[in-house]
Ligand binder design. Structure first.
Ligand code: ZN
Length: 167
């Protein structure tokens, strides 16, 4: 296993739309493992493949109740929305408030390539939706209003300035 480089705000990789995977082969299994290790090393609760520069629809999430490794996740049901705090490994030290459905049902492939349905709520539902956004090239600053955006403008500038977007 290896720790991958997490792309930061400003990196064009974060804006790519990930393609669905046909099945879970050795490459996908290795990527799941590396993504999980990268997420744990950074003390994150989720990571999407686009964040490590791979445009495949793969995400890992662990909010403390076990590791989920999912491919091609799609929301099949969503409840009413609730506001909650969110951070992102691609936006170090940035926290924003985002309104999202509190409970969701997802259809996906698991790490063995089997079709699964997952019901999630609270932090787990939030983390899953956050990672699914990444697969569409959507990041947290796309989900906030101008007031919050102004509040984090200095931090965003700092991340962009310190970024290394060669890889
Ligand atoms: Zn993120």
């Amino acid at each position: 296993m290896s720790i991958l480089k997490v792309r930061l705000y400003g990196d064009p990789a974060l804006r790519k739309k990930a393609a669905p995977v046909k099945d879970i082969g050795d490459n996908e299994k290795k990527l799941f493992e590396d993504m999980a290790q990268t997420m744990y090393a950074a003390n994150g609760v989720g990571l999407a493949a686009t964040q490590v520069g791979v445009d495949k629809q793969l995400i890992v999430v662990d909010v403390g109740s076990g590791l989920l490794k999912l491919a091609n996740p799609k929301i099949v049901h969503a409840s009413c929305k609730k506001m909650g705090e969110e951070g992102c490994l691609s936006f170090p030290e940035v926290t924003v408030k985002i309104k999202r459905p509190e409970k969701i049902k997802i259809g996906a492939l698991n790490h063995n390539g089997q079709a699964v349905n997952i019901e999630a709520e609270g932090l787990s539902a939030r983390a899953l939706q956050h990672e699914m956004d990444h697969l569409d090239g959507v990041v947290i600053i796309d989900k906030i209003g101008i007031r919050q955006r102004l509040g984090i403008a200095g931090k965003l500038r700092k991340i962009k300035k310190g970024g290394n977007f060669n890889g």
